[in-house]
Design a protein around this ligand. Structure first.
Ligand SMILES: O=C(O)c1ccccc1N[C@@H]1O[C@H](COP(=O)(O)O)[C@@H](O)[C@H]1O
Length: 218
């Protein structure tokens, strides 16, 4: 817990970025294992990269429609698998059983019905992550720095704890949390100098801003 609102700093890809992120003090660190991403971490490098976080932050691997081989290569290096592709509820459940890890399902929100639809996954996941729909020409399903109307989350009966994501930064965080009722947030682009280049000062400012927020009542 970072204070009022839990934080995941996502898209860390070098030891220096991990050290700076740990200094900022988030609850979760995220590592993207997706070759098209500028934040991509090769599966074979993941264990060494995540090792300094053990006991200091929970480690989350962000995967997009992973096959069983990739799940097997990644699971031992992290605490959580965040599934950010088009995985069905059945596939999510199979990944949870196979990996023995906590599993989160990322879900793109365009309207309130999208939010309610996520409950089809409730039996298979520990947590949801709500993100914006990617732009039509986007190369990535997430990490695009695009926000959505966070008020769509307010008051919807979501069957698992959830995280607000998409286009956040230290300035937009407070209003987005107030509109949505979020108790946890996730950021990548908003703490970068350029795609994949994390800023120690922006990460610290984001976590510090989250600490000042009161837990919201969704
Ligand atoms: O960050 C990426 O490159 C990425 C690639 C593939 C799937 C998901 C990805 N990122 C996730 O999207 C959120 C939101 O990012 P942003 O703050 O809008 O840039 C990010 O935290 C990751 O969970």
């Amino acid at each position: 817990m970072t204070g009022g609102v839990d934080v995941k700093l996502c898209g860390l890809s070098t030891p220096a970025q991990v050290a700076a992120a740990l200094d900022a003090g988030p609850r979760w660190l995220g590592f993207v294992v997706f070759a098209r991403s500028p934040r991509h971490v090769a599966p074979d490098d993941l264990a060494a990269l995540t090792a300094p976080a053990a006991g200091r932050a929970e480690r989350v691997a962000v995967l997009v429609d992973p096959d069983d081989g990739l799940v097997d290569r990644v699971a031992g290096a992290v605490d959580v698998l965040q599934l950010h592709g088009g995985e069905t509820p059945e596939r999510v459940a199979a990944i949870a059983r196979r990996s023995g890890r906590a599993v989160w399902k990322a879900w793109a929100v365009g309207d309130r019905l999208d939010v309610e639809a996520v409950n089809a996954y409730a039996g298979a996941v520990d947590r949801f992550l709500f993100d914006a729909k990617p732009p039509k020409d986007a190369a990535l399903p997430g990490g695009n720095g695009v926000a959505f109307n966070a008020a769509l989350l307010r008051g919807v009966a979501v069957a698992r704890p959830w995280i607000l994501s998409g286009g956040l930064d230290a300035a937009s965080l407070g209003p987005a949390v107030a509109r949505s009722g979020a108790r946890a947030v996730d950021v990548s682009s908003g703490v970068e100098e350029a795609p994949g280049v994390k800023s120690a000062s922006l990460m610290a400012a984001f976590v510090a801003a989250a600490r000042t927020l009161e837990p919201a009542n969704a």
